[in-house]
Design a protein. Sequence first.
Length: 52
Amino acid sequence: MGKIAILKEFWEFLKVRKKWWLLPIVIFMVLLSLLIFLTQSSAVAPFIYTLF
């Protein structure tokens, strides 16, 4: 199963089960993961640390 299949299955789960409240949580977790990934070894890190 590829990553696209997992996303498709998750989307179908949200549609069938009406669990729309999960979508903002998942989006926030993905954005937070990207932020952590980008700050590990990047020139952007000093600018992001000033936000916190």
